[in-house]
Design a protein around this ligand. Structure first.
Ligand code: NZQ
Ligand code: ZN
Length: 379
């Protein structure tokens, strides 16, 4: 096992009605609140009203930044940070999925350090801290609710990158599975794919961590058991709960402890598809993961076979890859780029940006010619 530090300071409030405790939690952090959200889903499903009624009870003063887009952009980060700095806000509440909470993490750092979003993302400033962030999660997928990482796009520099810092753990996260009942089928399946992919990215990292391998197997088994059931019954509270907690645990340290790093090569490749064609994050992963596994089969057959043993109780690495591809299909997520019917898709452009961004894993590296092989395997 490699040396590691296990640290997670986020308190998670999980279950039906937990937002009833929001007012009390906010009041301990300050009464000038910046509420950040996306393009309106929280106004349709009641989440916005629940938050506002909690804030009203404590007489909080609330500023709102609305309109964070899926696959979030740095321009929104800077505009929201400006609002926060000008009004000297005490605390951020981010209500939404990964895009909203990720943006809010960088906004929290920008406000505390009076810095620009892209300088934070590119690790150009010394971070002295962040203002407290409370996440109200409405989509089970990324694990951002209990980790210190944010992923943001910059179209000017042609990058979609991740950045992490210990000050970026949400201070509190509220996870009410009821709030995810309104997530449409497509994003529900992308979220399940994402949690599986986070388990895999960690599994294929560097380091012998047998207990962590078993946790990976258990989390993916949870997704296999309850994912398809949820896809057939989207408002089922129990299935929503199982998937929500699995997604949190897939990327809060549990799947990584004992390894130096995960791999994250599939994420790197997928981020370029999101940057260029706005491909939803989870969809990029179900498209690329089977191709990545086929590509690495000759190099690490035993490691893939062990994964098959933990997840499917089978011994064949080839069959393991087939089963993952079938699982993604069964969940309703694409496994070929062509399924997305993107007009004017440009393979040369994809490969150019992959090479420019050095899209590869922390553990498994690609040579320039590998990109063509990979793309041909999933186009
Ligand atoms: O804009 P709104 O109205 O919020 O609508 C969103 C958006 O259209 C909608 N939605 C969210 N909750 C809903 C809902 N619709 C109905 N009912 C609800 N309860 O779903 C759409 C997608 O939302 P988004 O936040 O983009 O999805 P997700 O949670 O999958 O986040 C994706 C982003 O997270 C990054 C991805 O790269 C991507 O940018 N990731 C962040 C990670 C992290 N911080 O650790 C790790 C991940 O690997 C990932 O890279
Ligand atoms: Zn992901």
């Amino acid at each position: 096992m490699k040396n590691f530090v296990a640290y997670n300071p986020t308190s998670v409030y999980f279950g039906k009605g937990v937002v009833n405790q929001l007012g009390e939690v906010v009041s301990k952090l300050g009464l000038k609140v910046l509420l950040i959200y996306g393009k309106g889903s929280i106004k349709k499903n009641g989440v916005y009203n629940d938050i506002q009624s909690q804030l009203k009870q404590i007489n909080a003063k609330v500023w709102e930044y609305e309109g964070i887009k899926s696959n979030p952009i740095v321009e929104d980060v800077d505009a929201a940070a400006k609002m926060g700095i000008e009004n000297q806000i005490d605390v951020i509440i981010a209500a939404g999925g990964g895009s909203v909470i990720d943006s809010a993490k960088i906004i929290a750092v920008c406000i505390a350090n009076k810095s620009k979003g892209w300088d934070v993302m590119k690790n150009k400033i010394t971070i002295s801290g962040a203002i407290p962030l409370i996440g109200i999660l409405t989509l089970a997928a990324t694990g951002t609710e209990m980790n210190p990482v944010a992923v943001v796009q910059n179209h000017e520099t042609e990058e979609k990158i991740g950045f992490g810092h210990p000050s970026m753990f949400p201070k509190h996260s509220f996870l009410d599975p009821q709030y995810t009942a309104s997530v449409p089928a497509n994003y529900t399946s992308y979220g399940i794919v994402d949690l599986i992919a986070h388990s895999l990215e960690n599994y294929f990292g560097d380091g012998d961590a047998t207990l962590t391998d078993r946790f990976v197997g258990a989390i993916i088994q949870e997704a296999i058991e309850y994912g398809p059931k949820l896809m057939n019954d989207l408002t089922n509270y129990e299935y929503r709960s199982k998937i929500m907690w699995a997604a949190t645990n897939a990327l809060n340290g549990v799947t990584g402890n004992g390894r130096v790093t995960g791999d994250w090569g599939v994420h790197g490749l997928g981020h370029v598809l999101s940057l260029l064609y706005d491909v939803p994050h989870g969809a990029s992963l179900s498209i690329i993961y089977p191709a990545w596994l086929k590509f690495h089969l000759p190099l690490i057959p035993e490691r893939i076979a062990l994964l098959g043993k933990y997840v499917f109780n089978i011994n064949s690495p080839e069959e393991t890859i087939t089963r993952f591809e079938l699982l993604f299909k069964q969940l309703g997520s694409p496994v070929r780029l062509s399924e997305l019917k993107i007009p004017n898709i440009n393979n040369e452009e994809i490969i150019r940006v992959w090479i420019k961004n050095k899209a590869q894993g922390a553990y498994f590296k690609f040579k320039p010619e590998d990109y063509t092989t990979l793309l041909q395997a999933f186009e």
